[in-house]
Design a protein around this ligand. Structure first.
Ligand SMILES: [Zn+2]
Length: 422
């Protein structure tokens, strides 16, 4: 030990901590601990003890209970401990009641474990192999977070208003940061509202452009009509930074569209998607199969529509997500099943917290037929959207980063050769 060698003949003052705890210098760990616990309970400030005395007891224990620190102290007294990292004595008190929780030392904070399932052949297990894996984790660039200058990070501002002889204080939300208090210096946004109207998108885009805000975003838009959802609207949106739009197509069959009161028909869907695509926007469609009474040929119309406008078709649809209809609690159908030709909703008394219900209906595809359509459509998406090999494995927020970095055409190009090799 460094300190042993250079102490020379100087008298080392290392009695104090032993005296505080009232233990012999040869006392073992158990005796030191016992002495400390006894004193700590007697002298803790919460129990009316003298805080200074408690602090010195805790300090003594911190050193004598830690073999490394004890050795330093024994060999060089308090001086030797300088820089060895003494911690807050109250930590020690909590340690006493939560043994093993912390060593009095700062620990590196670790994230949660990540499980990564990996398929290996027996050959690889026996002979060993190298594999590359890619893992995603959420990162916040802490340096990019700054306090809002309008409110110093409080999210609130206090205004003083003179009213005659009185001064009134009014607390209000900070306008600069909408009460958030912090600024994150990001240009990427997800608009998670499911029904932003075209007019709202129009106003938003114009405001973003006129204020020169740099933004990249994705949002969700409803099909209304091509007289509202014009190429000009989409061009403004694209310039403002809306690189990607999500459309709830649901179906491309006019009868289904009318019974779900979508407010549009297939022709409108087609023109709106064309306008958006022309402006440079990446169009993602959501659709589902198996709405009550939907027939197979009606589902086929939705499939044909998607293929016709797919990446390998005229290219106005860029990605698709499909699902199967489910009857949800408190939906319009749940409250008026007869209107949708449902004979009976099956309520299982055992499942009183159910949010999805089975039902009886005479028309339309059976559940098995719907499942067949769903599965075959999965294969159709695969073969008609080569870029699926990119977007299918990314969250939409991450895909936005790809879109911003590479641009739409580049992404479509990088995906195309992949499909020729398979
Ligand atoms: Zn603020």
């Amino acid at each position: 030990m460094f300190f042993n060698q250079f102490q020379g003949n100087r008298k080392i003052n290392n009695d104090e901590y032993y005296n505080i705890l009232g233990v012999d210098k040869n006392a073992d760990k158990k005796t030191i601990k016992k002495a400390y616990h006894k004193l700590a309970v007697l002298c803790h400030p919460d129990k009316g003890g003298d805080p200074d005395k408690f602090k010195s007891i805790a300090e003594a224990f911190e050193v004598l209970s830690d073999p490394e620190k004890k050795q330093l102290y024994d060999s060089g007294g308090k001086e030797a401990l300088e820089g060895s990292g003494m911690s807050n004595p109250t930590d020690i008190f909590s340690q006493m009641f939560n043994p093993g929780s912390n060593n009095g030392r700062q620990r590196v904070k670790k994230g949660n474990n990540i499980n990564y399932p990996m398929n290996l052949t027996l050959n690889e297990i026996y002979n060993g192999c190298n594999k590359n894996i890619s893992l995603g984790r959420n990162l916040i660039d802490k340096n990019s977070i700054v306090n809002c200058s309008g409110c110093n990070g409080q999210g609130m501002r206090i205004q003083k208003i003179q009213m005659g002889p009185m001064i009134q204080q009014i607390q209000s939300q900070c306008h600069d940061c909408a009460g958030i208090g912090k600024k994150y210096k990001t240009k990427y946004f997800t608009f998670s509202d499911e029904a932003i109207s075209p007019n709202a998108f129009d106003r938003m885009s114009k405001a973003i452009l006129s204020q020169g805000v740099e933004m990249r975003a994705l949002g969700m838009l409803k099909f209304e009509s091509d007289s509202v959802e014009t190429v000009e609207l989409f061009e403004n949106m694209y310039k403002a930074g809306f690189l990607m739009l999500f459309f709830g197509l649901e179906s491309a069959n006019d009868r289904i569209l009318s019974i779900i009161e979508k407010g549009c028909d297939q022709a409108t869907e087609k023109r709106v998607l064309e306008n958006s695509s022309l402006a440079g926007i990446w169009n993602h469609l959501y659709l589902f199969f198996g709405f009550p009474t939907e027939e197979k040929h009606e589902a086929q119309e939705t499939i044909d529509f998607t293929v016709q406008h797919s990446e390998l078709g005229d290219g106005t649809i860029h990605s698709v997500g499909q699902s199967i209809f489910s009857l949800e609690k408190d939906s319009a159908i749940y409250h008026d099943p007869a209107k949708f030709q449902i004979n009976r909703i099956l309520r299982d008394p055992e499942r009183d917290m159910a949010i999805i219900f089975d039902y009886e209906i005479e028309k339309g595809m059976s559940k098995d037929e719907v499942l067949d359509v769903y599965e075959s459509f999965g294969k159709i998406i695969e073969s008609n959207f080569p870029s699926r090999s990119i977007w299918n494995y990314l969250s939409r927020e991450h895909f936005l980063l790809y879109l911003d970095h590479y641009g739409r055409e580049e992404i479509l190009n990088m995906a195309r050769p992949l499909v020729q090799h398979t």
